[in-house]
Design a protein around this ligand. Structure first.
Ligand code: SAM
Length: 285
């Protein structure tokens, strides 16, 4: 497995996913009771964006300038995007970033750690040993936080149902291996059978290689409401044209926030008319 998220950290797909994740966190935090956050594919926790330009053997074009970099100079974001930017900037400054151009980027675990209240709990799963070691040190000493070096698809069996009776599960695989959609389906079926009222967010790339065209009809049969939010750039023969997030059991009002977020990002991260955002119910409430 060669995937290293550091090369992609802070790119348009991270920005999109993390804006939606912050919105989901805030929705669950409208109630005072704590909840469990499960990150099945957590990565190393946070990323030094200066390292994003050096590949393992050759220099690489960093991806963050077209993601968080562009967003930092975009005017007047709507509330959900402004919220994400505030958290990302505070993280960067807290790590000694110079301000202005971002230097330290919070991955989903660092974002969760910044957002979690004392009553919320984090279960973070990462299979790659070096990434997991970095994640462990990122989270060292943090209360109510467990880090597991293991297959994240096993997290749904291990962590659900949660003692809190409330949960947000982020499934964010690298889509390197064949059969990722089948693994996602297995995990979601297991998760919903163990904990039907959990909120499950599944990130996916839109590319020929990733496929996934059958997933909506499968998800439509889950017996739970499913919302699909996508951000698409110009058509590409190779590579990732865009990405999407399926949200099973989306919280009340999340649809409106997701529409604002995706609509704003399609204008802020692309040239005029180049991208489109869409939001649709695969299976309604
Ligand atoms: N969720 C992270 C974030 O938003 O900052 C990014 C995660 S990255 C897209 C995917 C991660 O999954 C990589 O760090 C990879 O090592 C890890 N991974 C791949 N297969 C895995 C598996 N079966 N279980 C757990 N982690 C896995």
């Amino acid at each position: 497995m060669n995937y290293r998220h550091a090369y992609h950290a802070g790119n348009f797909a991270d920005v999109f996913k993390h804006c939606l994740m912050v919105g989901l966190f805030r929705s669950l935090q409208r109630k005072g009771a704590g909840f469990l956050f499960v990150d099945t594919h957590a990565g190393r926790g946070s990323y030094d964006l200066q390292g994003a330009a050096s590949g393992s053997t050759l220099p690489r074009e960093p991806e963050w300038p077209n993601g968080i970099g562009r967003l930092c100079s975009a005017g007047a974001p709507p509330a959900p995007v402004a919220d994400y930017l505030r958290v990302a900037r505070a993280f960067d400054l807290g790590r000694g970033g110079p301000g202005g151009e971002p230097r330290h980027y919070p991955g989903s675990p660092a974002l969760a750690a910044a957002l979690a209240r004392p009553q919320d709990r984090l279960e973070l799963w990462e299979r790659q040993p070096d990434e997991c070691a970095a994640l462990r040190s990122e989270m060292a000493g943090r209360p109510r936080t467990a880090v597991h070096e293991a297959d994240g698809y096993g997290a749904l069996r291990a962590c659900l149902p949660p003692a809190e009776r409330r949960a947000l599960v982020l499934i964010d695989p690298p889509f390197e291996a064949q059969g990722e959609w089948a693994l996602i389906q297995g995990a979601l079926s297991e998760g919903l059978s163990r904990f039907a009222t959990g909120v499950y967010a599944v990130w996916h790339p839109v590319s020929e290689r990733a496929g996934g065209g059958d997933f909506p009809s499968w998800a439509g049969g889950l017996g739970a409401p499913v919302l699909h939010v996508t951000l698409l750039g110009p058509p590409k023969v190779m590579g990732m044209r865009g990405c999407g997030v399926y949200v099973v059991n989306p919280p009340w009002q999340f649809e409106d926030e997701a529409r604002l977020t995706a609509g704003f990002l399609s204008g802020a991260l692309y040239r005029a008319g180049e991208a489109q955002a869409s939001i649709r119910w695969i299976s309604p409430r």
